[in-house]
Design a protein around this ligand. Structure first.
Ligand code: UGA
Length: 449
């Protein structure tokens, strides 16, 4: 059953690059194609355009083994492939909120005349339900002789842990219409079959919907726990206990119940909006997901208000230190990052901000003029009156507040610290859904205000 499949991956964005490289690591022969010549020539020299742990090692290894190739030439890569993966972007259309399919559909038109021998075409991009059939129609209209099967095979990779997620998935979803295409997909994923990782075979439409439903469900869990955390703050309950009590129920599960400043990134915000649009067009509104989007938008404003309140109602001229601009740890991605919204909001209110992030400052700098960028977390802490932790980077979990001459008030929007430890350190510490720890100094400041 072991067979090395000749794969062409079209699109070397996050999904295409990680998946292509990992398929090569599984033993397949992979050519990754992109129109961006500069990017391809860098990749040929193992220069990685994204921030992703262990990807560079895999690229080095598989370039050397001659199992991985990077090219801009679509025609020959299609001709030599047995399976063609489509991993081009489906950004949100700013006018409609729908997924913009111009790149997917454009590719179908480009591929159509090239399909002279049988190929399997796999949509890996996150696409609205029905896109697989639409892709097929475009090809058949342009080239009625084309021999191919369509497959949907969504990805469930998280930025920052994408290689591990690929190599050790909870499940693999394959939506297909023929035994021939299903068998080729089985050959590609054979190492996972051997490891008894569940592989779910469905029709194309169900597979397309699974991807959106999974992201929307995870986003729902986060929005839900954020609101429950608010309720904890009002009632004196502790969100950590509540999460434990919920997570131990196997029907609920412990994952994605970490409260924070609101979900961000390139997926949850985009996919929740896209599924709402899809459902609306079909007159089948998803009121739960609509509420999730609203709740998440409100969340960011609420965080700004929380900071202002802790500062005594006014941040004008206050020296605020901010830790984290990336939408989560282990990435340099700032797309839809709550940190960006919070920082911009605080700037507007007149706060003086010094900011540090281990990876995302370069990307954030152009969008955040007026910010004083620091070289380290310690530099941010040193003369901040208030320290706000927004991204859960590992290095922010072990800061030593004891050594500071003047301890800032700490507002931790990721619950990185243990309440008892903070009490021992005698700092004023505010987190999410847990009782505040107030030092004597802060009580005095607030009284003076
Ligand atoms: C998400 C999904 O988790 C992946 O399965 C999916 O493949 C990917 O989108 C995609 O569609 O391509 P990603 O956006 O990389 O992955 O990031 P996550 O780790 O899921 O986090 C998303 C956001 O939720 C972040 O802002 C994070 O801080 C927040 N989050 C996550 C919480 O606030 N609480 C949690 O418990 C978990």
């Amino acid at each position: 059953m072991t067979k090395n499949v000749r794969i062409t991956m079209i699109g070397t964005g996050y999904v295409g690059l990680v998946s292509g490289v990992c398929f090569a690591a599984l033993g397949h022969l992979v050519t990754c194609i992109d129109k961006d010549k500069n990017k391809i020539s860098k990749l040929q020299n193992a220069e990685i355009p994204i921030y992703e742990a262990t990807l560079k090692e895999l690229v080095d290894e598989n370039l050397a083994n001659q199992r991985l190739f990077f090219n801009t030439e679509l025609k020959s890569a299609v001709e030599s492939a047995e399976v063609i993966f489509v991993a081009v972007g489906t950004p949100t259309c700013v006018v409609t909120g729908k997924a913009d399919l111009q790149y997917v559909e454009g590719l179908a038109r480009e591929l159509a005349p090239l399909l002279t021998a049988y190929k399997v075409i796999v949509l890996k991009s996150t696409v609205p339900i029905g896109t697989g059939q639409q892709f097929k129609k475009i090809i058949q209209t342009i080239n009625p002789q084309a021999k191919f099967d369509m497959v949907s095979n969504p990805e469930f990779l998280r930025e920052g842990s994408a290689v591990t997620d690929f190599m050790d998935p909870d499940r693999i979803v394959i939506g297909s219409e023929t035994d021939r295409s299903q068998n080729l997909m089985k050959a590609i994923y054979y190492p996972f079959l051997q490891k008894q990782i569940p592989i779910l075979y469905t029709d194309i439409e169900s597979s397309e919907l699974i991807k959106y439903a999974a992201n929307c469900f995870l986003a729902t869990k986060i929005a839900f726990i954020n609101e429950v955390a608010d309720l904890c703050e009002k009632t004196g309950a502790n969100i950590e206990n509540v999460i434990q009590g919920l997570g131990l129920d196997k029907r609920i599960g412990a994952g994605y119940l970490q409260p924070g400043p609101g979900f961000g990134g390139s997926c949850f915000p985009k996919d929740t909006l896209a599924l709402i649009q899809i459902a609306e067009e079909l007159a089948c509104p998803l009121s739960v997901v609509e509420a999730v989007v609203q709740s998440n938008e409100h969340r960011k404003k609420k965080m700004i208000q929380k900071i202002v309140n802790i500062c005594g109602g006014d941040v004008t001229g206050k020296r605020l230190g901010i830790l984290g601009v990336a939408f989560k740890a282990n990435t340099d991605d700032i797309r839809e990052s709550s940190a960006m919204v919070i920082i911009q909001g605080l700037q507007k209110l007149g706060a003086k901000l010094r900011v540090y992030d281990p990876a995302a400052m370069e990307k954030a700098a152009t969008e955040l003029p007026g910010v004083d960028w620091a070289h380290s977390a310690v530099e941010v802490m040193r003369d901040a009156e208030v320290l706000v932790i927004i991204t859960e980077w590992e290095e922010f979990k072990n800061l030593k507040f004891n050594n500071l001459d003047k301890k800032p008030i700490i507002i931790d929007l990721r619950n990185l610290y243990d309440l008892q430890e903070m009490k021992k350190m005698r700092v004023s510490y505010h987190s999410i859904g847990r009782p505040a720890v107030k030092s004597q100094a802060q009580v005095q400041v607030l009284m003076e205000d």
